[in-house]
Design a protein around this ligand. Structure first.
Ligand code: F0G
Length: 351
């Protein structure tokens, strides 16, 4: 049968109201890519769930198909979200598909260019807020309480319903849950969705390793971070809306939530690219966390109580495509060499 998106495939397992009218861009069905070489180095059986291959380049499309389907089915005309970028692009695309107006609030100057361009290209009204993602989220919560505008952040329960489908796909592909699931944590909707999905699907439960950036690690510190900072702008969040649920997922799964530095994130991004998988910085946090916990270079303080991945089936969730944030790469490399259009010049430059 031709693939028709996550609601078509898993709708019977999603708690969506009957008024929902499916709006899909055939999101989901992303590959689980084996990583044999890196797996050998880390002594585990490693795969990447490459969510950057969704229609707008991130996992957000799984939840957005559900949220927009519900909103359009109940007659909403305008949707709004706060975003570090990916939710904005996804909301914009699905709203365009549904013929809705989309308004997206982003933290001024802190959104990667591929995401901002996406939101603009899909026709959203983009508003920059002089503040953080958390400030923007407070504003959209307030306006959706006072007006009929529909909120499509992951506070919206239908976003979580849609995002559960990634856990279902992993279980279907592996014929059961992996032993360990590593993923970045920002506003904590995705870790909540995975854990809810695994519990519901009853094909086994992974330990969950949630990874925050050190400069934006409220769940590790145990308190809100007023001025979050990290090069992984997707997870530059100081007051995660679903923080409690993220901590529950870590605890119930016998996993944990840890923080990694920006250097560790960038180094993990390079490692993945060296395997042919280019992801945005936030999406490399899962691998950075796995390396910090189990790799040769793991930090001494992590040895005690660290997760053991040896010989286990490990899935890294790579949430967004590298094309979302090209600047992080181009800013640090030298411009490619320029040669005259002659054979001799080519030979001399490559030898
Ligand atoms: N990875 C990427 C690429 C993201 O864009 C996000 C969140 C996360 C991980 C973290 O997921 O928030 O569910 O814990 N991006 C949101 C946005 C906040 O606005 O696009 P989370």
């Amino acid at each position: 049968m031709i693939y028709q998106g996550v609601i078509h495939r898993y709708g019977h397992l999603l708690d969506l109201p009957t008024h929902s009218k499916t709006i899909s861009l055939l999101e989901g069905n992303t590959p689980l890519i084996p990583m044999p070489r890196l797996g050998r180095e880390l002594a585990c059986e490693l795969c990447v769930k490459f969510e950057g291959l969704n229609p707008t380049g991130s996992f957000k499309d799984r939840g957005m198909t559900a949220a927009i389907s519900e909103a359009v089915g109940r007659g909403a005309e305008t949707v709004i979200c706060a975003s570090t970028g990916n939710t904005a692009a996804s909301a914009a695309a699905y709203a365009a598909r549904a013929g809705l107006r989309a308004i997206v609030l982003i933290p001024e100057g802190k959104v990667a260019i591929g995401k901002l361009a996406g939101a603009v290209a899909y026709g959203a009204e983009v508003i920059q807020v002089q503040g953080s993602f958390d400030d923007a989220l407070s504003l959209v919560v307030e306006i959706t309480q006072k007006t009929p505008i529909a909120l499509v952040n992951s506070i919206n329960p239908f976003r979580i319903e849609g995002q559960k489908t990634a856990a279902f796909e992993i279980c279907d592909d592996l014929s059961g849950a992996p032993d360990l699931l590593c993923l970045p944590v920002g506003n904590a909707g995705n870790i909540t969705s995975y854990w809810t999905g695994f519990k519901q699907y009853q094909k086994g439960l992974p330990q969950v390793l949630g990874v925050q950036a050190a400069g934006a690690a409220p769940l590790v510190l145990g308190h809100a971070v007023e001025k979050p900072e990290t090069i992984a702008t997707a997870i530059r969040i100081g007051r995660p809306a679903r923080g409690e649920q993220a901590l529950e997922a870590a605890q119930e799964s016998n996993g944990k939530i840890i923080a990694v530095s920006d250097e560790e994130i960038l180094s993990a991004q390079k490692v993945l690219a060296g395997e042919g998988i280019w992801v945005e910085p936030a999406s490399a946090a899962g691998l950075a966390g796995l390396i910090a916990e189990t790799g040769k270079g793991r930090r001494p303080e992590r040895v005690e109580g660290s997760l053991d991945a040896k010989g286990k089936r490990v899935v890294l969730v790579c949430t967004g495509h590298g094309l979302k944030d090209p600047a992080i790469v181009t800013e640090s490399f030298e411009s490619p060499k320029v040669i005259p259009a002659t054979y001799d010049a080519l030979v001399s430059v490559i030898s």
